[in-house]
Write a protein that binds this ligand. Structure first.
Ligand code: SD4
Length: 320
């Protein structure tokens, strides 16, 4: 039987679920819980896909995308292409609380973060640097060292390469986002009184062109919440998924009374019609706390794992 409160998040990020759950138990708001939960993943660098030191872009820099949404007021705070600031979801929260705006991007988002007191830090680590150098090495043979120049990196980047791929090649073998390269955190929190908040945090796609922003910080794409209907969050190939606003669509399906699992399946199959091999998954929850998830099984994974906490499950959280 469904029950509240509920914490739901993409992938088996247990500590993130626990951080959100304990924030709720300590009397924190749903937004507090989402911020703490996603923030936990930013500190832990969950799967290398959240926070600093992962998925360097084509110039070797790690940049962050994050969003938080209040399903009571429909307010959204988001940052995209955020540089040199680790706590992206924290900055997104400040966008809600301290601005009239919804989405801040790039260097300007970093300046805003600094003005809010967030430390400016290098997001590069040994591991992201070696990922970057390996990628350069793979893509820019035989002139590896020559390729570490602005000029050469243009001919080594995904921008030049992408045009060479057919849709199927792009989807199956050359993907920048696949089952081994994923794991954005998307989180849904529903309080005892039915208030819903959602959030996302990610360092996006590997070796992206500078300025590339995925689905995660876009309301309706990476996540969506409406306390009168439900909430959803997505993970996967944001370049494809964001065209379909899957989180918005799933919430609208649930508004009609559709079961959360079916709502998730329907948005996945809608994308699949156009992009049969896309890599992606969606989690969904309705206002009474029923929840479900679906992934595109054609893309190489047969099951999608996520975390849930509610009073009927093993506390503080269970892998589903
Ligand atoms: C993106 N959706 O930037 C993110 C990446 C991701 O699971 O979710 N991977 O495209």
């Amino acid at each position: 039987a469904p029950s509240l409160p509920l914490v739901l998040n993409t992938w088996p990020f247990r500590k993130a679920a626990e951080a959100a759950w304990s924030t709720l138990l300590a009397g924190g708001s749903e937004l507090d819980a989402v911020e703490k939960g996603c923030g936990q993943c930013e500190v832990e660098q969950c799967d290398g896909s959240v926070g600093y030191g992962g998925h360097p872009d084509e110039h070797g820099e790690t940049t962050l995308d994050a969003m938080i949404m209040d399903g009571n007021t429909m307010e959204v705070g988001a940052v995209a292409d955020l540089r040199r600031v680790k706590n992206a979801i924290g900055v997104a929260r400040k966008v809600i609380e301290h601005t009239q705006h919804t989405l801040l991007v790039g260097e300007s988002a970093s300046l805003f973060a600094e003005s809010m007191g967030f430390p400016s830090e290098d997001l590069t680590t040994q591991s992201s640097l070696s990922m970057y150098l390996q990628w350069l090495n793979r893509n820019c043979q035989p002139n590896f060292w020559k390729s570490v120049t602005p000029d050469a990196s243009k001919s080594c980047g995904p921008y030049k390469q992408a045009a060479k791929f057919t849709k199927e090649e792009r989807s199956v073998s050359k993907k920048r986002i696949d089952v081994h390269n994923h794991d954005t955190i998307g989180m849904i929190v529903i309080g005892q009184n039915g208030s819903i908040a959602v959030g996302t945090s990610t360092n996006g796609a590997d070796h992206k062109i500078q300025g590339r922003v995925g689905d995660s910080p876009i309301a309706g794409a990476g996540a969506y919440a409406d306390s009168t209907a439900g909430a959803a969050a997505a993970t996967g190939d944001g370049d494809l998924m964001m065209r379909f606003l899957p989180s918005y669509q799933a919430v609208e399906y649930m508004r009609t009374g559709m079961d959360p699992t079916i709502a998730c399946q329907k948005v996945i199959s809608r994308i699949q019609k156009y992009e049969p091999y896309f890599f992606g998954a969606v989690i969904c929850a309705n206002t009474s706390g029923s929840y479900g998830a679906a992934c595109n099984k054609v893309s190489g994974f047969t099951q999608f794992h996520f975390m849930a906490s509610n009073p009927t499950l093993k506390q503080p959280s269970e892998q589903i």
